[in-house]
Design a binder for this molecule. Sequence first.
Ligand SMILES: [Fe+2]
Ligand SMILES: [Fe+2]
Length: 246
Amino acid sequence: MDSKRRQLIAGISLAGAGFVINACRRTSNSGSASNKSDEPAPGEAAPVEVTAAEDLMREHGILRRALLVYRESAIRLRQDASSVPPEVLEKAAVLFRVFGEDYHEKNLEEVYILPVVKNLPGVAAGYVDVLMNQHTRGREITDYFLSITKAERIPSNSVETVAKALESFARMYEHHAAIEDTVVFPAWKDAIGQAEFDEVGGKFEEIEHQTFGDDGFEAALKRMEDIETSLGLSNLDMFTAPLPTK
Ligand SMILES: [Fe+2]
Ligand SMILES: [Fe+2]
């Protein structure tokens, strides 16, 4: 049984090249996600370039969907721990590790963005140390998730600890990504100027190809959708807020 679980993990690790991130660099005006070539299909609009900042924010979109899985899992764990299969949480944690922590943070933000922003005048620089600390804390908590989900079931005496960790992780990263999107990335873009911004976009593309090969963003998105589906979270309308009642 454990070997089967390990096979599942292997299937979502990058080692097997089953999870790659590329298509975030370009998108079709038609909205088609199936055309993996740079050449548009007959009748399709030409692909448009996606800037580095857009790319980073799309990556945040994938991570936010993982955070939704974490929040919903915390609620369900408290109601009925058996309703959250550990392997599904494990898949979400691996996705966050590979796509968020190792690629988005270590390869992009910590190399190209945060060192620049730290030396800028203004409020953005004041966030950098906290953001770095939160990257570190996030990795520590992901280590915990990967450890606790190795078992066939989450032990009943660990349910509340896991639920709290899922919630606090989501709370941290929701705010973390929002500050990056609204303060840090715009300050970085303003500081480096258009020419360097375009050049860095090309570097990001190279890093993506080196790290993941082709079709990476689409693969990450598909992985996220599969996780949501396995927990019954794939219907957006289920999250439409009810009107307040007395
Ligand atoms: Fe970050
Ligand atoms: Fe980020």
